[in-house]
Design a protein around this ligand. Structure first.
Ligand SMILES: [Cu+2]
Length: 178
């Protein structure tokens, strides 16, 4: 083997070691600004595709302390201050979704556990949902469908059973996932 060939072979070995050292491929994820009703940024939301669902990270500040309902809503539209343009909850079936993580009849794909905001107004939360997919769901609704979706935080906690949104009240923060 001449010197040039040897160097080329060595270079290829190094390149494949670097690829191995980097490990897993970069996860498929989207990040969005979390917007308060004032229009100001109140944090960030990151949604990552998982093999059987979506991993969600919420990093918020400036929210009212206490428990708050959080759901995936139908459309990536947080353009009005009441966030009504984000629509109802993400739902795969026809008709109105039956809401509530503790409701045996529920088929609401937008359901998520409540988040807790501390006295300083911040929350750092990771949630996991197997009810949706980021893109291809094998039957689960995709968050990144043609009109995207929104992560909405409500004023009150979700009681996980009453209709239509578990008594969670007004929408106080919204992130456009697209
Ligand atoms: Cu909601």
């Amino acid at each position: 083997m001449n010197k040039a060939l040897l160097l080329a072979a060595l270079g290829m070995t190094l390149a494949s070691s670097v690829a191995l050292a980097q490990g897993q491929p970069t996860p498929d994820r989207v990040q969005a600004d979390l917007k308060a009703a004032s229009g100001q940024s109140t944090g960030t939301v990151t949604a990552t595709a998982a093999p059987k669902g979506v991993l969600l990270r919420i990093e918020a500040r400036g929210l009212p302390p206490g428990w708050h309902g959080a759901h995936f809503h139908e459309k990536a539209d947080c353009s009005d201050s009441a966030f009504t343009r984000s629509g109802g909850h993400v739902h795969g079936g026809g008709g109105k979704p039956v809401h509530g993580l503790l409701n045996p009849q529920a088929d609401d794909s937008g359901d998520l556990p409540n988040i807790f905001v501390g006295q300083d107004g911040t929350a750092t939360v990771e949630l996991y949902s197997t009810l949706v997919a980021l893109r291809d769901g094998a039957g689960r609704p995709a968050l990144l469908d043609t009109d995207g979706s929104a992560l909405v935080i409500h004023a009150n906690p979700d009681d996980y059973s009453s209709q239509p949104i578990g008594g969670a009240g007004a929408r106080i923060a919204c992130a456009e996932l697209r």
